[in-house]
Ligand binder design. Structure first.
Ligand SMILES: NC(=O)c1ccc[n+]([C@@H]2O[C@H](COP(=O)([O-])OP(=O)(O)OC[C@H]3O[C@@H](n4cnc5c(N)ncnc54)[C@H](OP(=O)(O)O)[C@@H]3O)[C@@H](O)[C@H]2O)c1
Length: 292
């Protein structure tokens, strides 16, 4: 990055395996930049651009996005605001779904759809090659379901060989699917639904940590149902922080391979989220949060 991070450490750093890309553990998830229901343009386009610019200026060098968001709009905002991209910025996008006119989320998993999706992302982000593409298995909407993903991962591996994708990750997957994909190509990150209130992936996080692979929780703040609990609020008050900062700090403490991509359309919330890296949680506080 050209700029010195202003939020001290931004949660520390992590290197995507098999890449020279060392990023801050606190990044930014761009889904909230689209309009309501992740559809259409934002109510305040200049505000969306301000959030992106502020994130990068603060040292964020990991942005999570997708052409599903808008659709296409979020990537176009990223391109319009940040291109030419600062050195060291890693943009992670995802494939595997499409948004028909009824605004639903439908699988898009054929070789043609995945290939078209890569070209759409390249055009909308104005890139010659995508840094990381996550294959997002549709499973159930916010959770994985077993079933082979070999065909889709093979298509992405071929697009990687063609130079259109630099690295491949997975999203909304099981440990079995991760292992299946790893037999086909190197997997550099896994992005699943996980937060203080939703810990089904504890074993997968530890498995990924043992392999040096980052685990990137989506819905780190609860997504469409923001996290709230009396314990979270009580701890936050005691530490002079906000409940969302405590929730993010807990994730940073949970495992060193966890990378954060909290989503927000608000400059104030962005600043709050980035500052969560400065929050130190004692073992006692962690136990309190986990036993709530
Ligand atoms: N792989 C997948 O299937 C998948 C699925 C969902 C999301 N994602 C990715 O994961 C990222 C994070 O998920 P997400 O954005 O859905 O959910 P999230 O980060 O858990 O929460 C976002 C929600 O929390 C609010 N918020 C953010 N910071 C806040 C703060 N400091 N105080 C109070 N409210 C706050 C946001 O509203 P405001 O805008 O008002 O701040 C928004 O409503 C997304 O942006 C996207 O890149 C991936």
């Amino acid at each position: 990055m050209n700029k010195t991070p202003t939020n001290a450490t931004l949660g520390g750093s992590f290197t995507f395996p098999g890449t020279p890309w060392t990023i801050h553990r606190i990044g930014y998830g761009a889904m909230q930049l689209a309009g309501p229901g992740v559809w259409g343009p934002p109510k305040n386009p200049e505000g969306a651009a301000d959030v992106l610019r502020a994130a990068v200026a603060a040292g964020v060098n990991h942005i999570d996005t997708s052409d599903f968001y808008g659709p296409h709009i979020t990537n176009q905002i990223i391109q319009k605001t940040l291109h030419p991209y600062p050195a060291g910025l890693v943009i992670v996008t995802k494939l595997g779904a499409r948004r028909p006119a009824d605004k639903s989320w439908q699988p898009a998993t054929s070789p043609q759809e995945l290939t078209q999706g890569v070209h759409d992302n390249l055009r909308n982000l104005k890139l010659d090659a995508l840094d990381i593409v996550n294959y997002r298995s549709m499973g159930s909407i916010h959770g994985p379901a077993e079933g082979s993903i070999a065909e889709q991962v093979t298509v992405l591996a071929n697009l990687k060989r063609q130079g259109l994708i630099r690295h491949i990750g997975l999203s909304n997957v099981t440990a079995t699917q991760v292992a299946e994909a790893q037999a086909i190509t190197e997997i550099v990150c896994v992005q699943n639904n996980y937060n203080l209130a939703n810990r089904q992936d504890d074993a997968l996080i530890d498995l990924m940590a043992s392999q040096g692979i980052p685990y990137v929780p989506f819905f780190p703040l609860g997504g469409f149902t923001p996290l709230q609990s009396s314990t979270l609020s009580a701890v936050a008050t005691r530490l002079g922080a906000t409940p969302m900062q405590v929730a993010l700090a807990w994730l940073l403490h949970r495992s060193p391979n966890i990378l954060l991509i909290p989503g927000t359309s608000s400059l104030a919330h962005l600043r709050e989220n980035l500052a969560a890296g400065q929050l130190v949680l004692s073992q006692q506080v962690i136990a309190e949060l986990e036993n709530r």
